[in-house]
Design a protein around this ligand. Structure first.
Ligand code: GLU
Length: 418
């Protein structure tokens, strides 16, 4: 989640970054207006009957931020704190993210202000179908393609595809991140985490360092954190601690991430893992563990004014969306911490989505090795572009990522004759 600042809402905070990039690029006021506003903002009421037979109403949103580079693309989030401003901020971030990795999509985001952990499977499915029905005319495989985000998963995507198909006919490319046995791809599942690992390796190389033997701490063991840890481990980094809501597993010799994943798969918690040491969250703040690379890969604003001084990592790779508050970001920047921003670091997810969409459209399945190679190509060339902008303007990776994204969208807008 994106932290509002004293003066700015989440969307305002993203636009402050867009304006700063526009300053550096010399973009004039009329185009800035185009880049800092959303093309379409939709709010829908979602009435549905719960398992007790009671009628409930939730609010759903789909915001299409900017489509000059292609169909709108972005996830749908189920979270009790979802509101329009935050969805606008996240939609805008998708615009820049897709441009940074140079895939032919614009940016969108959706959400429902519901706590998915309190819904039964049937309730979740009913609400999902109602949402798709409510936005059915603004989405489409060449219009706006949805995907998972916080609180949603492949199962929900399968229901979305079915709901859309009941109205428009068989259309797998309407949504990505689908179950593998329903036109999904095995590569999408770990694409975000694999992309995090790939970008970490490339950032180190960019700074004349190597990943092999570097110590890594990962916060979050969900879809992003677990696969980021796994792939960093496979690339010979030493994952010395992994934390989530259940506590922290720590092993200075390096955690066997495959083993920990198998334990988590069976027990749904880190508790009880037989190797290394275990500490509760109260006993040990994972953010303060000394390491080379810290990967916050769960919720937003987990590094904030209250714990930023404890952070000892030299590199922070943002696996989650918005894990560092603006205040902590400034502080850590001044301390010399190298921060790789979410719109670059976790972009492997939407690149994986692009591959899934392309395969659905082509009705052709790629090989796993081919996808991995392609993902590395997209992540590496994104880093090259961001690194070049950082050097050219003397700015950090976050500012440089915005410069690359904003410039590509601006150039496309001009080329369209806007
Ligand atoms: N929700 C993910 C993100 O924030 C993935 C979006 C997508 O694959 O379209 O990047």
């Amino acid at each position: 989640m994106i932290q509002p600042t004293a003066k700015l809402t989440p969307f305002g905070a993203v636009n402050a970054r867009v304006n700063r990039a526009s300053d550096l690029l010399g973009i004039k006021e009329n185009y800035r207006k185009l880049l800092t506003s959303c093309w379409r903002e939709t709010k829908v009421s979602l009435p549905f009957t719960d398992d007790k037979g009671e009628m409930r109403v939730y609010e759903g949103y789909r915001v299409q931020h900017n489509g000059v580079r292609g169909p709108y693309k972005g996830g749908v989030r189920y979270h009790p704190e979802v509101d329009l401003d935050e969805v606008k901020a996240l939609a805008s971030l998708m615009t820049w993210k897709c441009a940074i990795v140079n895939i032919p999509f614009g940016g969108a985001k959706g959400g429902i202000n519901v706590d998915p952990t309190k819904l039964s499977d049937r309730e979740m499915q009913t609400l999902t179908r109602r949402f798709v029905y409510s936005v059915k005319n603004m989405i489409g495989p060449y219009k706006d393609i949805m995907a998972p985000d916080m609180g949603t998963n492949p199962k929900v995507m399968g229901w979305m595809m079915d709901a859309y198909g009941l109205i428009h006919g068989y259309t797998p490319a309407i949504v990505t991140g689908k179950p593998v046995n329903l036109d999904g791809t095995p590569d999408r599942l770990d694409a975000t985490g694999l992309g995090v690992a790939m970008i970490t390796r490339r950032v180190l190389e960019d700074r004349k360092e190597f990943l092999s033997g570097k110590t890594v701490v990962v916060q979050g063991f969900g879809n992003v954190g677990s696969f980021a840890a796994l792939h960093l481990h496979r690339m010979n980094a030493k994952v010395i601690a992994i934390g989530d809501v259940s506590g922290v597993v720590r092993d200075p010799r390096g955690i066997d991430v495959e083993k920990l994943m198998a334990h988590f798969e069976a027990k749904r918690t880190l508790v009880g893992y037989p190797e290394g040491e275990f500490a509760t969250r109260e006993q040990l703040d994972v953010m303060g563990i000394e390491c080379d690379i810290l990967v916050p890969a769960a919720l937003g604003h987990v590094i904030h004014s209250g714990n930023m001084e404890k952070v000892k990592a030299r590199y922070i790779i943002e696996g989650a969306n918005g894990p560092i508050t603006p205040e902590a970001d400034d502080y850590l920047g001044r301390q010399g911490t190298i921060i790789v921003p979410d719109i670059l670091a976790n972009a492997g997810g939407v690149v994986g989505s692009y591959f899934e969409w392309a395969q659905n459209i082509q009705v052709h399945h790629w090989e796993r090795a081919e996808s991995k190679l392609e993902l590395d190509k997209f992540m590496s060339s994104a880093l090259l572009g961001v690194s070049a902008a950082a050097k050219k303007f003397g700015i950090n990776y976050r500012e440089a990522a915005f410069v690359v994204g904003v410039d590509r969208v601006y150039q496309a807008a001009v080329a369209r004759g806007h």
